[in-house]
Write a protein that binds this ligand. Structure first.
Ligand code: ACM
Length: 521
């Protein structure tokens, strides 16, 4: 018989059952949004196996770590506090009894290398395990992407902080995963460069190459040659006021980057692209266009003078001071587009630069044209344009960094409507920037010679970080994946779905990215 009481029972019993299920029956199931975050990590992890449940980061959570991983734990806490508003104290301990915690431990699994990590998310807590500090740091970077996009917000967001349960085991395929920022054509402040470092580290990139000098500007204080910045530091493309980094500010930047496992590679472009130095010290000049402050965008008109002893004192002094500011083993000495340098002089210059770098304890990197000189296995060549030079460099024993301009010169426009950028190499849409393989890009190049990938951002058309972001995002994320993820795990069809899911993260970071019509945002 259908009574009022029965009607109530019909309505209430399912409601009670639902509440019971949600409140006290076993682990909760991951919602589609939470599962999607687990499936959408960029760069794609080497292995990620979901377990179907949920861990919720709550206000009582602690970050527990052994001594070895304290720096990684503290960095993660700093990244998670602003949006959650949680205290997230970092506590040294073994975390064996902990619940509601993120626990860092040191792994004895040497196959993880320096940069690999294991991340396991269970319904009671999270564990990050790595054999070295960089790996622990990258485990934390992945954890950020498992949380809702709002975790990247700079102010408190009231919402549940849920992550899908599962296990990730991850390590990179290439050692060198970088980007170059041209701070010479237009100057970028230290704060802008620090933000650039944050972006690289977010995608597990570990190299920031700074193009510190060019025809239009000299950006690093050299105490023994003060006019380089007094004169050469005050110009840029278009006639703006330029700028430069004091050695103190630069050292602070290097330390900032080191904390995020990003190595800064300083580049002084020699023997061409040198007009700003010649305009500062005309006594260095002997041929080519008479040195005056230059704010245009032509290339290939300036050169150092091989006949002058002063030239080599200048290079030695500059490398000496830069080497002292550089904890890493590399220094980049340019070598590209030296059209105003006679070929014999060019070859002699590169040999001399190699010796000077070595004298100051550094490995020389040069753009691929250095392959014409007597380089060897102690040098690194950066491929940008000529497969022939890249192959020649490898045949001489040099390691090669892959920066093909038709793929990863992110100063190239996406298409003819792009508001910034050039297109002398190509228009590069997001899929074209992703769809290539560093191991096959230059046919015949021995796999063992490929050190990694680097995406240069030249700054003829961009004057600040906002403008840079339009060209960088989202292509930077794809280049990071090319460097990190094993080539056979990558596909554009899978990547574009993850990239679309990633859009709200870039938005939460305040990045105004290019909304390519080839990505299903
Ligand atoms: C370059 O694009 N000139 C290395």
């Amino acid at each position: 018989m259908y009574t009022h009481a029965n009607k109530l029972r019909i309505a209430v019993i399912p409601m009670l059952a639902a509440l019971l299920l949600a409140g006290c029956s076993g682990p909760r199931k991951a919602s589609p949004a939470v599962s999607q975050a687990f499936e959408s990590v960029i760069p794609k992890p080497a292995s990620a196996v979901p377990a179907g449940g949920i861990f919720e980061l709550t206000s009582d959570a602690q970050i527990i770590t052994d001594e070895a991983n304290k720096a990684a734990a503290e960095y993660l806490a700093e990244r998670l506090r602003p949006a959650t508003g949680f205290a997230l104290p970092v506590v040294v301990g073994d975390g064996s009894e902990s619940v509601h915690a993120i626990v860092y431990t040191t792994s004895s699994d040497a196959s993880l290398g320096n940069e690999g990590y294991e991340l396991s998310v269970a319904d009671k807590g999270v564990r990050i395990s790595a054999a070295a500090p960089a790996g622990a740091f990258y485990g934390g970077q992945t954890l950020r992407q498992l949380l809702p996009a709002a975790i990247e917000s700079g102010s408190v967001q009231t919402q549940p902080w849920e992550m899908a349960t599962g296990t990730i085991r991850d390590l990179p395929q290439l050692a060198w995963r970088g980007s170059m920022l041209d701070v010479a054509r237009h100057f970028f402040t230290i704060d802008e460069v620090k933000r650039y470092v944050d972006y690289l580290a977010y995608y597990k990139m570990n190299v920031l190459h700074l193009h510190l000098s060019d025809d239009q500007g000299w950006r690093i204080e050299i105490k023994s040659w003060p006019k380089l910045t007094e004169v050469g530091g005050k110009s840029e493309v278009g006639g703006g006021e330029g700028g430069f980094y004091t050695q103190e500010a630069y050292a602070d930047l290097v330390a900032y980057a080191q904390r995020q496992h990003v190595m800064i590679i300083p580049e002084i472009d020699l023997p061409g692209h040198i007009n700003a130095a010649l305009a500062s010290y005309p006594e260095l000049y002997c041929i080519g266009k008479k040195p005056e402050i230059y704010t245009g965008t032509e290339v290939g008109f300036s050169t150092l003078c091989r006949k002058k002893d002063l030239t080599f004192k200048f290079v030695d002094d500059v490398v000496n001071e830069l080497a002292a500011l550089t904890p890493g083993p590399y220094i980049h000495l340019g070598g590209d587009e030296a059209a105003a340098t006679p070929k014999d002089d060019y070859i002699a210059f590169v040999s001399k630069f190699h010796e000077i770098a070595k004298k100051h304890g550094k490995i020389m990197i040069g753009w691929e044209e250095i392959a014409q000189a007597a380089i060897d296995s102690n040098d690194v060549a950066q491929h940008w344009h000529s497969a022939e030079y890249a192959s020649m460099a490898a045949a001489k024993g040099a390691q090669v960094i892959m920066s093909p301009s038709t793929r990863v010169y992110v100063d190239m426009q996406y298409d003819s409507t792009s508001k910034f950028g050039l297109h002398w190499a190509a228009y590069i849409e997001v899929d074209e920037s992703y769809n290539w393989d560093p191991f096959t890009q230059v046919p015949g190049l021995d796999r063992s010679k490929i050190l990694g990938v680097e995406t240069p951002l030249w700054s003829e058309t961009i004057t600040n970080l906002d403008e840079a972001e339009y060209l960088l995002f989202p292509r930077l994320a794809g280049v990071a994946e090319i460097g990190w993820t094993p080539s056979d795990l990558r596909s554009w069809d899978n990547y574009k779905i993850r990239l679309a899911a990633h859009g709200p993260r870039m938005t939460a970071m305040g990045i105004d990215y290019y909304r390519s019509s080839r990505v299903p945002w």
